[in-house]
Design a protein around this ligand. Structure first.
Ligand SMILES: NC(=O)c1ccc[n+]([C@@H]2O[C@H](COP(=O)([O-])OP(=O)(O)OC[C@H]3O[C@@H](n4cnc5c(N)ncnc54)[C@H](OP(=O)(O)O)[C@@H]3O)[C@@H](O)[C@H]2O)c1
Length: 301
């Protein structure tokens, strides 16, 4: 059986990540894209590869044919409802891979679909859609994959093989939740500030709004991580936040881009998650709460 004869990969969400992965996988395996719309049109777009060359991509619409694996590539607030909408067409043993940033949505989905092989993927690949509708593969990274449910453990190797059809760097991480916590801590220390100050990552450093709050943000996140069995020093967390902001100085965070485009942000799964989870542990997270409220009001203005 050739890869093209395998059951198709279903990608839910035709945004920057969904289109990037669809474009990279489609030369080697059949890919279907599930969008919010009910129309059954073929999706055509230009993918600009890292090396700079452009490729025309054509992906057929989603069908009721059972997929061989499912990549959920919506934003975190949409992931559970998007997956639920198509779940009756997904056989129970088919791997489901969640690509969302932040925390909370992955655990809610793993709980709801606990009998299925559900994975989380944490990726440092970068992609965006430019003003002309072209999908830009903006940064080469690594995608870490790990199981969230018991049945996922037995499907890890097969799922790694599937994702490697993209020819991206795919690695396994048995403690994927630890990796999600690390990324959450960095995102919580960078993203809301870039959205509120409206600046690229590097410009938060030295800005009074950031400097007055970052130590408290990290102290609150570290206290939550300690209570969750993920001990980390607040000071080393802050040093890591500053280091990532420095190394990605020219980047415009997804939260800043979402606010600018009038889209829902992932604040509820980042600083908002820190606030909610702190309450469960009897902790206070007032500065993360302030940032969550401020970003929520930004998107409503
Ligand atoms: N882009 C990156 O470089 C990057 C890197 C690492 C991680 N991530 C994470 O990957 C996830 C996706 O990011 P992204 O940049 O691709 O976001 P995006 O460009 O906003 O794409 C999300 C897509 O999901 C669609 N969608 C929403 N609800 C849906 C539903 N019920 N059914 C089908 N499709 C639905 C959206 O459609 P509408 O436009 O109609 O809402 C949109 O096309 C996020 O959690 C993000 O944090 C992204």
């Amino acid at each position: 059986m050739t890869e093209k004869e395998r059951a198709p990969i279903l990608i839910i969400g035709a945004g920057a990540m969904g289109r990037l992965w669809a474009g990279l996988l489609s030369p080697r395996v059949s890919v279907r894209l599930a969008t919010r719309s009910t129309t059954s049109a073929t999706l055509q777009y230009t993918l600009v590869h890292l090396e700079g060359h452009s490729e025309r991509i054509e992906i057929g619409p989603s069908s009721n044919a059972p997929p061989g694996s499912v990549l959920v590539m919506t934003k975190a607030p949409d992931a559970e409802s998007a997956l639920t909408a198509v779940s009756s067409h997904i056989p129970p043993d088919v791997p489901i891979i969640l690509f969302q940033n932040g925390m909370g949505s992955q655990q809610d989905i793993a709980k709801r679909f606990s009998q299925r092989p559900v994975f989380a993927a944490s990726t440092t690949e970068g992609a965006y859609i430019d003003d002309g509708g072209r999908v830009i593969h903006a940064g080469r990274g690594t995608t870490w994959l790990g199981p969230l449910t018991t049945t996922a453990h037995t499907r890890l190797d097969q799922t790694m093989i599937t994702l490697r059809l993209s020819e991206l760097d795919i690695q396994s991480d048995p403690d994927i939740e630890g990796r999600l916590w690390q990324k959450l801590a960095i995102n919580a220390g960078i993203n809301p500030f870039t959205a509120l100050i409206d600046c690229p990552n590097g410009e938060i450093l030295g800005h009074p709004y950031f400097e007055e709050r970052i130590a408290d943000v990290c102290r609150e996140v570290a206290a939550l991580m300690q209570a969750s069995g993920r001990p980390v020093e607040a000071q080393s967390l802050e040093a890591h936040v500053r280091d990532v902001a420095r190394r990605t100085a020219a980047n415009s965070s997804s939260m800043r881009q979402d606010v600018r485009a009038g889209r829902t942000t992932e604040i509820d799964m980042m600083n908002g998650f820190v606030v909610q989870a702190s309450v469960i542990h009897g902790l206070d997270a007032p500065v993360n709460c302030e940032l969550t409220d401020a970003v929520t009001h930004l998107k409503q203005d």
